[in-house]
Design a protein around this ligand. Structure first.
Ligand SMILES: *Cc1c(COP(=O)(O)O)cnc(C)c1O
Length: 396
């Protein structure tokens, strides 16, 4: 997955253009910036690459999720359905707005189970947030049908699957809104950064204003701009956007290499008895950032991860016992530990998580192993890894 592996001359050249002008901010200072609008340039190029009308860059993927929800009118007391397997950013971005995260089960796609989503819809539900974990997507067709039936927003968190597609549409572009992270471990990076994409021009205007104190961005005198709405500051800096432009130029090359490496590792495991790959919904193409497999039992999966680690296979994740990606590790969430007060309804919902039945999620997560696909491996390293993975799993 990591874009950090390929930081180089193109990124440096982009950043240097910004450093030479000294205009580190994306707005204003038109006279000094010598024509450099890195954030704007990234937004235009990225929207084009994703096949959508609009892109809004922001300071992180988490900010992108909050900004996307807010831009679609989701806020205090509204319920947003999200999966038990994701990154903590999912519930953080919802709670930031005073909205209520409703956690539901995943299935063998390792993403939202449409049946669990359908069962969780109430009159307070405003959005469904599938998270395309570890390179592959949720069953977007089923989720879109549910959202249409119940008049809900479909917001795709495509942070871990950028470059993947569903029915030929870029992940993130299929729902009403899509979000990406460009943090330091994502497929392409800005150092820190995120993006919202949409075809809805109203959401774009809202996102643009919301992420910059409500500025309308009309005219050329920033101080004289009006504020049609309340906003906050989730702006990206020109320096970060410049890094992203350097990475974006190599995006397809990165994806190609990622797939080539994935194919070698996946082929080594394909015919092993007891090893099954995670399901990719029909019509979906992964971005190949992880090889994800199920073993027959949770005990075998945990044992395999330990054996693989002992055999020198790093970046093999057993999410079931991970602090950041599965509900088992989120006692700060389930105990509502917050430095500042939470609204009573949010607190009640969080404390209620303990008595919820997530056995279906446990059934899949307990047996899942994910292998990060790195770009820097040469052929010999890849073959060696593939062999060790195969031999170790065979013994288990
Ligand atoms: C990385 C990530 C985010 C958050 O991105 P940041 O830029 O680190 O805030 C959100 N969702 C998922 C699935 C992620 O992997």
């Amino acid at each position: 997955m990591p874009g950090f592996e390929v930081f180089g001359a193109q990124e440096r050249a982009q950043v240097n253009e910004v450093l030479e002008t000294g205009v580190l901010m994306r707005y204003g200072f038109d006279g000094m910036r010598q024509g450099h609008y890195k954030a704007l340039e990234f937004e235009q190029a990225f929207a084009k690459r994703m096949g959508v009308n609009h892109c809004q860059l922001v300071s992180s993927g988490t900010a992108a999720l909050s900004v996307a929800l807010a831009s679609a009118g989701i806020g205090a007391g509204d319920e947003v359905i999200m999966p038990t397997f994701t990154f903590v950013a999912s519930f953080e971005s919802i709670m930031m707005l005073g909205a209520i995260p409703i956690l539901v089960d995943i299935d063998d796609t390792l993403t939202l189970d449409p049946k669990a989503v359908a069962a969780a819809i109430t009159e307070k539900t405003k959005a469904v947030m599938p998270v395309h974990m570890c390179g592959s997507m949720a069953d977007l067709g089923a989720l879109k049908a549910l959202c249409q039936e119940h008049d809900l927003i479909l917001l795709e968190d495509a942070c871990q699957a950028i470059g993947g597609t569903y029915n030929g549409v870029a992940l993130g572009a299929y729902g009403d809104l899509g979000c990406f992270s460009f943090d330091f471990v994502k497929t392409i990076t800005c150092g820190e950064g995120g993006a919202v994409i949409t075809n809805n021009s109203k959401y774009k205007v809202n996102a643009d204003q919301y992420q910059d104190h409500g500025h309308d961005h009309v005219g050329s005198d920033r101080g004289a701009e009006t504020h049609p709405t309340l906003g906050y500051n989730f702006r990206i800096s020109e320096l970060h956007a410049a890094v992203g432009l350097g990475q974006l130029a190599r995006f397809d090359e990165i994806l190609e290499r990622q797939k080539a490496h994935y194919d070698i590792l996946a082929a080594a495991l394909a015919d092993l008895p007891g090893v099954h790959f995670r399901r990719v919904p029909q019509g979906g193409v992964q971005n190949y950032s992880f090889v994800n497999i199920f073993l027959p039992t949770a005990e075998q999966a945990e044992q395999a991860q330990k054996a693989l680690s002992a055999a020198g296979i790093d970046a093999c994740f057993y999410w079931f016992k991970n602090n950041w990606h599965y509900i088992n590790g989120w006692e700060h969430l389930t105990q509502a530990k917050s430095v500042a007060p939470l609204t009573p309804e949010l607190k009640d919902t969080l404390l209620g998580l303990k008595s919820k039945d997530f056995r279906q999620s446990d059934h899949f997560m307990g047996r899942t192993l994910s292998f990060l696909v790195k770009l820097g491996w040469d052929e010999a390293t890849l073959d060696h890894r593939a062999q060790i993975m195969r031999d170790t799993l065979k013994n288990i």
